[in-house]
Structure formats: C-alpha cells, structure tokens
Design a protein around this ligand. Sequence first.
Ligand SMILES: Cc1cc2nc3c(=O)[nH]c(=O)nc-3n(C[C@H](O)[C@H](O)[C@H](O)COP(=O)(O)OP(=O)(O)OC[C@H]3O[C@@H](n4cnc5c(N)ncnc54)[C@H](O)[C@@H]3O)c2cc1C
Length: 494
Amino acid sequence: TYGCRCYQPYRCFHALKLIKKDCLLSPRVSRCASTAAVPRITTHYTIHPRDKDKRWEGVNMERFAEEADVVIVGAGPAGLSAAIRLKQLAAEHNREVRVCLVEKASQIGAHTLSGACVEPRSLEELFPDWKERGAPLHTPVTEDKFGILTETSRIPVPILPGLPMVNHGNYIVRLGHLVSWLGEQAEALGVEIYPGYAAAEVLFHEDGSVKGIATNDVGIQKDGAPKATFERGLELHAKVTVFAEGCHGHLAKQLYKKYNLRENCQPQSYGIGLKELWTIDEKKWKPGRVEHTVGWPLDRHTYGGSFLYHLNEREPLVALGFVVGLDYQNPYLNPFREFQRWKHHPSVQPTLEGGKRIAYGARALNEGGIQSIPKLTFPGGLLIGCSPGLLNVPKIKGTHTAMKSGMVASEAIFSQLINENLQSKTIGLDVQEYEENLKKSWVWKELYAVRNIRPSCHTVLGVYGGMIYTGIFYWLLRGMEPWTLKHPGNFIIS
Ligand SMILES: Cc1cc2nc3c(=O)[nH]c(=O)nc-3n(C[C@H](O)[C@H](O)[C@H](O)COP(=O)(O)OP(=O)(O)OC[C@H]3O[C@@H](n4cnc5c(N)ncnc54)[C@H](O)[C@@H]3O)c2cc1C
C-alpha cells in the first residue's frame, strides 16, 4: 500500500517512511525505516520525561489538589452505581461523604456502547422505584430467537429455560440513555461529577497506598511542547479511589503491575464488539424482539456471534452488532468485514433494507470470565465492573454485574469510612471486605456457573463444542461440575 514490498503491506505498521533492507515482515525485501531508528510515535511525558526537555524549563508544574472521601474513575454503570450507593448510605446514616467522579467523555453516557439487553436485577436493588423515577427501560423482551447461520440459511435453535440465551424478564435499552439517567440520579444525590476529565495518572502515598488520581494536563502541542494555554491537571485525593474504567483501562494496567494483582489468575482474554443503530422500515419493526446467531460468516474456531434487538423508542430502531473473540486463528480475519458480511445474510438483510444507519461504534470486551479476575483490592483503592472483567461472557452481559459490584464496593467502603475504631495500616484504606462480599454475592455465583462455557469452545468442534457443553453440562449441572477449564493458548495483551 505504501510501497513496502512485504507480503502483507496493509498490515505493516511501519510503512510511513521506507528505506531498503528493513522490512520486519519480509527481511528478503525492503525494510521499514522504523526498525532502523524508532520514530517518535508518541510525545507523551511518560515516554519522554519533561524534566529532560528544555521546552518545559520554567513552566509552572504545580497542581491544584482537592480532597474527597471517595474518588471514582469512570461514569459507566459500575462507577455511577458505586457513587449512588455511597450517597444513599450516607443519607440513610445521616453522614457527610464527599464523592467525586471523573469521566473522560464530554457528557455522561457519551462513551457508552453496548447492545444492550440488560438484566434489571441490580437496578431493582439500587432503585426499587426505578419505574416511578422514569428510568429509560422502555422495551421488555417479548420474543427471543437463537439460530445457527450457514452461508444461505438459518437453523433455529430452541432456547431452553435456564440457558444463558434466555432473555425473558430483561429489557432492551439504549445503554447510553440509562447511564445518562444514572448520572442524573447521582447528581441529585450530591455526587460531584466531572465530565470531560480523564484520570491520567494514579497518585501514591509514601507508604505505597493509592492517594488518588490526577486529571490530564491541557494545552500541549502535538510535538509535546507546552502551548501558551498550558494548564496542569487537577489532583483528586481520597481515602479510597474506585477504578471503574471499563475493559482494559490504562490505570488498572498500572495497578496490576504495582500490586501484582494478576498473580493468581489466568491472563485476561478479549473480544471486540461492533455495534450499529439503525432506523428501519416500520413494517419490519418488532419491538421487544431479541435475536442472536452464531456460525456464518465465522468458522467454528472463531468465537463470536451477532445480536439484533428491536427497541421501542418512539421510532423504529434496531441495535445490531457482532462480537468476535480476539483469539481468532486466521490472521487475515477482519472482524469489521465479517460484521458487514453478516448484514448481507438472507435472514438479516431484509430487516435492514430501506433502513438507515444512524450511529456506530466498537469496543473491547473481557472474555476471560471468573478465571481471569485479578485481586480486586489494594491499599487505597479497588476495581469494579468490566475493569477487572466481571462480564458474563456467554450472555454478553456485564451491566448488571458491573452495577452490583459498584454497590457491593460502596457498602464495604462506607462501613470503613464510618468505623471510628478502624486502624488502617496505610493512609489509603484497604477495603478487602469488598472482594469477600462480592464472592458471597449473586455476581460470583453467576460468573462461576458459566466459567467453563467459553473455554469449552477450544475443542476440535470449536464454538459448536461450546454449545454442546452448554446444553449438557451447564443446562444439567448449572455450573456445579467439579472442574474448571483453563483458557488454552492464552495470550497476554500488555
Ligand atoms: C458490543 C457490546 C455489546 C454488549 N451487550 C451487552 C448487553 O446486551 N447487555 C449487557 O448487560 N452488557 C452488554 N455489554 C457489556 C456492557 O457494556 C459492560 O459490561 C458495561 O458497560 C460495563 O460497565 P462499566 O461501568 O464497568 O464500564 P464501561 O461501561 O466501559 O464504563 C467505563 C467508563 O469509564 C470511562 N473511563 C475510562 N477510563 C477513564 C479514565 N482514565 N478517566 C475517566 N473516565 C474513564 C469511560 O469513558 C466509560 O464511560 C456489551 C458490550 C459490548 C462492547
């Protein structure tokens, strides 16, 4: 594509400046310049320290600091539920608790991307009166379909009660709207929300415990030099910092290393979820219908499948998407292209014909399940939601588990905050009860029950082996089988 004559030119990430004899992929032909001298692909100060950069001499690097009781990073379902539960408990006990929440999206819910068919269990626990409060859950599931696709046809699969694919009792939602609504509830309870601020750095006390976070600096040129408008980020200090960044958060990755949190779990594995929102012809619109497929265009060794949900939002809307496990074996597979092919399947295309795509996005999902959950607590902080990987993989549902983990965390934090006899070894509080309590909750039971489904897709039968395993062992034993399968050939994304 760029003149690099290696075998996979479009895959070559080093093809901007080419010189002879330097191609990573094909040493016999031209090689990329990048191997000769590493180009400056980032100007970030973590890679190019500012104290060694003359352009930063004399720039005021002092940061303004705020003190809170609890700081939460990320306003997704997990972070917001944690914030709300803390404020609810404070109100019940007539205590003052300062809760600050930073969210990198410019508006709460703006970065949320999900199917989404949600289980309302956690919402019911958080706000038993959610209907009266006007939570945007307008579409109860009325029809559930599951099928295996071949290139030209669709084989219907019966959904037996108790299988992960059962969706009766769930709601099809626009998750961004639900998150935005949770944001309003949090604000009404007194949570201080800072949208548009990314937590860029974890701060530590001298005793090694987490002190809080710092938000990103602004006013920096592309080449890493300060602009005249340069402004330092803000420090937010807290007794406990809650990390609710979602899947593969960059601060969580630092914490894994610092506290060795992944010591006793399997490496995490990932999938990519692609999603689109369409307005379709009203005649084809079936509000409440949920459809899932596996099979074509993916081969049996590629984990993944599709979803298509008909929403009831005053206009004929459908949310559709495709999830592909990133452990696929064919290096030429392109998840986005597979999604496009799936849309042309004879059982899918008629729904979309005459319609219009109005939104789209993609996001990573954790697929490691309970085997890959790290230690959740450390001095001064803890991890909730999809950050540590609490997604129910075969259901592709993590909103309810994320919310519940936030609630359990807040209950444990609150009891430490009000404990006058508490003797903490570190300045940042180590809320170990959160992990203990989560392990006793329905979240852990649910994740444990489905733990073998994803790894069972790694036999010669591939995804169909997983379906057979689900039909026999999961359906009969509901996760009580006395073994736990490992993820074979697990790879690590650092
Ligand atoms: C394609 C797809 C389909 C899905 N379908 C369903 C479904 O049907 N049902 C279901 O229940 N679940 C579904 N999920 C999963 C669901 O979206 C997640 O489980 C859920 O959103 C997890 O919530 P969370 O709060 O942990 O993380 P997130 O929702 O990811 O929220 C994290 C938030 O933190 C913010 N953030 C991250 N880093 C920082 C930082 N450094 N500073 C400030 N803010 C930060 C992000 O902007 C984001 O708003 C799906 C996911 C995908 C990708």
